[in-house]
Design a protein around this ligand. Structure first.
Ligand SMILES: *Cc1c(COP(=O)(O)O)cnc(C)c1O
Length: 454
């Protein structure tokens, strides 16, 4: 019998709960701290930024949280998403390994980001919030948020990192089509933007700077709140529907994962796929190796320091204990804009410290080569971010060829690359540099990380 290529779930099989990994961990992650007092932040400290439902999810001790019916309805526009067996790639590699990818590019905006943008917009709208501000790097988060705000009748204002605002014009148009207002960051609309422009009028921007601008505007207006596309516990939790579906899909074909691989920017698509697998591991029902893949030019997990740091450049956010390269570190302008963040989610960082996952870093050219090989064998052109995970999947599959092991490897294709063709053009014409690890820049940024006991 031919093996199934596309493993689908019925709409009625879509999971109706998100999974919170925290209660299952041997110890809880260190709490976020108030930047002034260095005491743990309470729900009231976060209330100017987020609606109460999301704050409660951020600190929840429940293992499962019901997905509101209104959110499920929107999810059903594209969920359950397909799990594919990558037969074409397997054949090209001549590997005994079985390769699977969970494809999140089927969402209206082409990435996993709406899995959290939709509930974030829903909870804000339900609390009577009028406008949401946010930042975006490559534009995926901004377009997801613009799409979700439109559904629930919210205004959406987005600060887009200058380098991608200039180099990715179609994302900008996409956000505007969905009705969002766009600003390049740094902008002259905020104090943090103006301060930075005074120092460097040609600043290419960074996610850390754009976050400062969006937060500054949100806290100044009572009807406005802020939303984040990665890093925080509630964001990672919303993404776990990906892994819950993948577990059901593998069970349908009688398979189970030996290796689970995802790219890590702030950690949300990786966590979304892997946290349900970590639960299975901890419960003794699985023993998959869990592996994050980051860009060699911005390697917060493999080269960063685990300590308290700010989530943004200006130091407005609570202090988060995470693997960091320093909150004012500006990464080299790699094409995978969604992976250019100075820190790693505190929860993913904690899980890494607990030894429940591994991490590796991949350079740009190897990642693009994997993306091209994937497109030629599987048909889908991957976003530059998930090409990092594909590069590691290919490395693992080649190790299987050498050892003769028929491992089952599962990855997440977090988005398609149809709005990133200019990056592929650069790669095909040989113009993509492999940046060295920027030791001096990281050392300088780390010297400015606040001193916090613990
Ligand atoms: C934003 C983004 C990423 C990186 O963010 P994570 O929070 O680490 O998932 C990866 N892939 C795609 C397609 C993205 O849009």
């Amino acid at each position: 019998m031919a093996e199934q290529l596309k493993i689908l779930l019925d709409e009625s099989e879509m999971p109706t709960r998100w999974y919170n990994v925290i209660p299952d961990l041997p110890e809880p992650p260190p709490p976020p701290l108030h930047p002034g007092t260095h005491e743990p932040v309470g729900p009231d400290d976060l209330a100017p930024l987020f609606p109460m439902d999301l704050i409660l999810q951020e600190v929840s001790g429940e293992s499962f949280i019901d997905i509101p019916e209104e959110v499920q309805q929107v999810y059903r526009m594209w969920r359950p998403s397909p799990l594919y067996r990558a037969r074409g790639l397997e054949k090209a590699l001549g590997t005994p390994a079985k390769l699977y990818y969970k494809y999140e590019g089927v969402s209206p905006v082409g990435s996993h980001k709406p899995n959290t943008a939709v509930p974030q917009a829903f909870y804000n709208a339900r609390q009577g919030v009028r406008k949401l501000t946010t930042e975006t790097g490559a534009g995926q988060w901004g377009s997801a948020m613009a799409f979700a705000c439109q559904i629930f009748g919210l205004e959406c204002e987005v600060w887009q990192v200058r380098s991608s605002y200039d180099s990715k014009p179609y994302r900008k148009t996409m956000m505007e089509v969905y009705g969002a207002t766009l600003h390049p960051s740094p902008s002259d609309l905020t104090q943090s933007g103006r301060d930075l422009l005074a120092l460097d009028p040609d600043s290419p921007g960074s996610l850390g700077i754009a976050i400062s601008e969006a937060v500054e505007v949100a806290v100044a207006d009572e009807d406005t709140k802020y939303c984040l596309g990665s890093v925080l516990n509630h964001v990672l939790m919303h993404q776990t529907i990906i892994g819950e579906e993948a577990l059901l899909q593998l069970a349908k074909v009688g398979d189970s994962a030996d290796v689970v691989i995802g790219c890590t920017g702030g950690g949300s698509n990786f966590a979304g796929l892997s946290f349900p697998f970590i639960r299975e591991n901890l419960a003794g029902r699985g023993n998959a190796v869990i592996r994050g893949v980051e860009p060699a030019a911005c390697p917060s997990l493999t080269r960063g320091t685990y300590r308290y740091d700010f989530g943004d450049m200006a130091g407005f956010t609570p202090l988060l204990k995470m693997h960091t390269l320093g909150h004012d570190f500006v990464p080299d302008p790699i094409h995978a804009g969604g992976l250019r963040y100075h820190g790693m989610s505190p929860l993913v960082s904690h899980i890494y410290e607990l030894g429940l996952m591994e991490a590796v870093a991949k350079p740009q050219n190897e990642s693009f080569a994997a993306g091209v090989q994937f497109a030629r064998t599987e048909g889908i052109i991957p976003g530059p971010e998930p090409t990092h995970a594909l590069a590691e999947m290919i490395s693992e599959a080649k190790r299987c060829t050498e050892s003769g092991e028929a491992k089952t490897i599962v990855t997440i294709l977090s988005g398609h690359g149809l709005l990133d063709l200019s990056s592929y053009e650069s790669y095909l014409t040989g113009e993509v540099p492999d940046y060295d690890y920027p030791q001096e820049k990281v050392d300088a940024a780390m010297a400015r990380v606040p001193q916090v006991a613990g």
